[in-house]
Structure formats: structure tokens, C-alpha cells
Design a protein around this ligand. Sequence first.
Ligand code: PLP
Length: 451
Amino acid sequence: MSGTTAIDREFFAKHAESARRAEEARTIFPGGVTHDARHFEPFGIVIDRAVGPRKWDVDGNEYIDYVMGHGALLFGHSHPYLVEAVTEQVARGTHMGGSSELERRWALAIQRLLPSAEKVRFTSSGTEATMMAVRLARAATGRDRLLRLRNHFHGWNDSVFAAGRTSAGRIAANGQPEAMQNLLSIFDQTDVPGIAAALATEEYAAVILEPSGYSWGTCPLDPSVPHELRALTEQTGALLIFDEVVTGFRASAGGIQERIGVRPDLTTLAKIAAGGLPGGAVVGRADLLDQISFEAGNGRVAHPGTFNANPLSAVAGERALRAVAEEDPISIANERAAQLSRGLNRALLEAEIGGCAWADASMVHIILGQDVARPDDGVTWDWDQHGGASSTLPTSPSVVAWSFRRAFINHGVDLMGMGALVSCVHTEADIDSTIDRFGAALADLRRDEIL
Ligand SMILES: Cc1ncc(COP(=O)(O)O)c(C=O)c1O
């Protein structure tokens, strides 16, 4: 990073304390960060505290936050009823060393919203949930091969984390046994004929996908594809796993599966499911989950885990899902996301800058500096307009994306990559202000001759 543009100079000037702490962090953490997605150039802002839709960094800068806990926070940061539930539980015990009523209530809250969840097994993260889903599928089918879709993300376990490009654009297969990689077949998300031919070999334990399209819908997936995958897996004895770690309880109360009317065999959940605390679950057909039961004898699938169904995650998850069922936070977040998408498209049009924004439920995606059609209504991805189903989308050129992110941060907005996870506590005024700041960031990019 040369640090020569005005955007970069402002970034350094506004974030001196973050820069100092980021430098120190490099001596403690590999690369100075604790999650690949937190890698930022020239350094990431260091956050001090967060409430509602906002957060503050160690330099005292305030942000409207759209990272929202990597999508875990449908209710914003530290929502009062989640604070209350967790605080009460801390005093009543953070680990019961046995079964608890809390986990039963949490599971019932999931089942209330997700009819395919005939049985539930809690894990500590989304990664663990996909790991267990694949293990259950392999045990049930007696097959080892797994079919996944290119660029779809299912956490970092070896079963699903394929060699390929990370979001930071690097090849990341080191340390992953070739034997595991060889069990994975990867197809473009629209290559239904290729998938059909592979499944016809009857070698596959399962097909796993983000039913929204890859990276929480960064490249949308035509709903006809999951429908076709449902039929193909049924015909060939493979199982269908929906990874709804991001979309569960966000895309609709019952996730993408409810919206498109496809019932997968297994579903993986985390993030909102655990009320924004660490936690996940694999849920689905009772006969598949029951392989974990001790009644399965020698055929059982093992599943320990110190923090499975942790009480703090259980109370937060139960409270969040009760609110999803009874208060409809999803509609509010969706309305705000639509408002944001419309405003971003308007700003692009006014600035005469190529790109577009669109929203799927409360997930907003932005492409910048590319010649792409904008949604007619400013919000909805239009399949006809974009030539039908696509397997990849033009992405923002990386120099544009990095500079834009820095400029947006300078103006007090933090995104998740090139997208926004909107919560039900973002107000209309927050969204209007975000759109104004977007216009200001675009002007900075123009001034610095980046766009
Ligand atoms: C679709 C999807 N699946 C799985 C995971 C992994 O979840 P976790 O980070 O809780 O391990 C993620 C994380 O962002 C995800 O987006």
C-alpha cells in the first residue's frame, strides 16, 4: 500500500491509534488478525465497543456498522433483551456439565421456525456444523465423495474447505491433505448438467451448497437450481445439505428453504441461530441425526464438544428466535436493506459511476466500477436482465474495492467485504446517512482518480 492518495492519507490520519495497535498485534497474532476476513490493508480499524447499529474504534471514530458480527446480529449489537438473557444466565451458570432445560427450549425455538429440523444437534460454530453434516451424510450413505459448488463457503474444516481462492484472493490449500481434497468435486453453481452426470455415478454422499448463491448471495443462485439438486440427489441416493449459516432466520423466518419450498435432508445453522453468540447446529431428518444416538450401537457417529449447547448461546439463541417468530424483525431489516439498495443505486447513477447494488432480504451487495445493469426497482436482482442464471458475477476490481472500503471507513461506514448485513435496529435515518456517506466516498474515489 503506497499511502499516496488523499483517501489513504485520511485513513492514516483518522486511525493513528488503530495503526499503532495493529502493528503491535502483528507481534501477537499471525498477520495481526484473528479471522481471515479481518485482514485489511494497510491495517484494520480496532474496535472498542458496539451498541445497536453503531460501533466505535480506539481513535474515537463512530461507524454505522454493516458487518453486524459477520451476519450474526439481526438485532444489532447488544440488543437489550439479549443482554438481559445472557446476563441472567451468566449468574446461573455458564456450563452445566450435563443436559439442560435451556438446550431443549433452544431446539424447540429452531423447530418452531424450521420444519425440516426433525432433530437438532448443537455445535460450537458453523464450521463444526458443516463438518458434522458431512460426517452424518457419509455415515448414512457409506460413500465418501462430496459435491460442492465453486466459491460457496462452508467454514474452514478440511471436508469442505477446498483449495481455491479465498476472499482475499489467495490460494489457500496448504495444510489440507490431498486425500481430503480428492474427495471433493467442485462444480459451477449453475452447471446442473455436470452435477447430474457426477451424481449419476452414485458415488456421492451429499451435495452441499449455500442456497442463496455463493458468499451469502454475492452471486445469486436461481431458485430452480436447488429444486433440481433436490430431484437429482433423490434419484441418485445422495443427501442434500443446505448451509443456512447466514441465511437461516434472515432470508425468511424459515431460511431460504422456506422461501423456495425445498426441504433439504440436513441444514447447518449458526450466527442468528445462536443469538449472535458462538454456536451452531446441524438439523434435519431424524433418521440421519439419530446416527449420533448411542442406540445406534456400532454404527453410531461420535460427537463430543465441550461447548455444544452452551447455556449462554442457548439463552441468546432462544430469545432471538422467539423474537423472529413473534416480532417480525426480518421485515424491518428487509425494508431498511431495500431502502439502502435503492439509495446506493441512485448515488451511482448521480455520480455516473458504473456498478450496482441489490438486496436479498437484509443482505445488500455492491459491485463498483463495472458496467453492470442496475435492478429496475433499485433492489431486486433481475434474472432476465442479467441473462439468466450466472455462475460468476463481475466483481469490483480489487484496487477499487480496497480504496472504496477505506474511503467508506473514513466516512464512518464499515461493510462486510463489498456487502452490507442490515439489522432491524438500523433506522431509516441511519440508512439515509449511509447513502450520503456513500456519495461522499464515491466523490473521494473520483477525486483520487480511482474511478
Ligand atoms: C455459509 C457459511 N457456512 C459456514 C460458515 C462457518 O461458520 P463459522 O464461522 O461459525 O465457523 C460461514 C461463516 O461465515 C458461512 O458464511
